[in-house]
Design a protein around this ligand. Structure first.
Ligand code: MG
Ligand code: ZN
Length: 217
């Protein structure tokens, strides 16, 4: 049984059903964004470089349209509000750790998760093109140029705790490798199986609640 559990939960493709950066780029970016996306997926360029350059393709003047679009487009996975409530009642700290941007992550989570439990990147609309800031960049132990560095955040908030990582993709993998339990879907599920990590799969956050209960109660 876990004595001191902490929950680290991804956002895009985990809390929300789709990847919000991909949705924004498909709708607003010129075709060059796909070259950057392919570069990130093949690990030819870092997430930080690729995502930074993708947003630099978008004029800051579109802030309002982009924000309205994504807040309408994003769909929260079933059971998330109950999961937040469960973690709260069980006294298990829950952090949302996201490679997404503050202008959509925080409004989508508004009323569900307080801002001080959210780690994400920041979009600056003060210049001609959107500029991304990285307040949670890699620490001295990571050289991946993650942008929002999940393993660095894990080292900060989950030190000497029982770490539960919830996620779906490659950006969750390094944190998952440090976890006592991985709750995964999609790519992260296949990878956890392949690497022999201690994992469970999920479709909805009701599955997540069940898996967490199993290890803490
Ligand atoms: Mg994700
Ligand atoms: Zn990193």
């Amino acid at each position: 049984m876990m004595e001191n559990p902490v929950l680290i939960c991804d956002f895009d493709g985990t809390v929300t059903k789709n990847d919000n950066i991909v949705a924004i780029m498909k709708k607003f970016a010129p075709p060059e964004w796909e070259v950057l996306k392919d570069g990130v997926l093949s690990q030819g360029i870092s997430v930080k470089e690729g995502v930074g350059k993708m947003f630099a393709l978008l004029p800051s003047s579109q802030k309002k349209e982009i924000t309205q679009f994504i807040l309408q487009d994003a769909e929260i996975r079933e059971g998330f509000a109950d999961f937040v409530k469960y973690a709260d009642q069980a006294g298990i700290p829950l952090y949302i750790v996201s490679g997404g941007m503050d202008f959509f992550v925080k409004p989508i989570l508004n009323g569900l998760v307080p801002d001080n439990r959210i780690y994400c990147n920041e979009a600056d609309f003060s210049e001609a093109m959107i500029h991304i800031r990285w307040p949670h960049a890699c620490d001295d132990h990571c050289t991946n140029e993650c942008g929002c560095c999940k393993p660095s955040i894990v080292r900060k908030v989950a030190k000497e705790k029982d770490l539960i990582v919830i996620g779906d993709s490659i950006t969750d993998l390094e944190a998952a490798k440090q976890a006592d339990l991985v709750i995964a879907r999609d790519f992260l599920l296949k990878k956890s199986e392949e690497l022999g990590l201690p994992y469970k799969s999920f479709q909805t956050f009701y599955d997540v609640i069940d898996h967490v209960k199993e290890v803490v109660e």
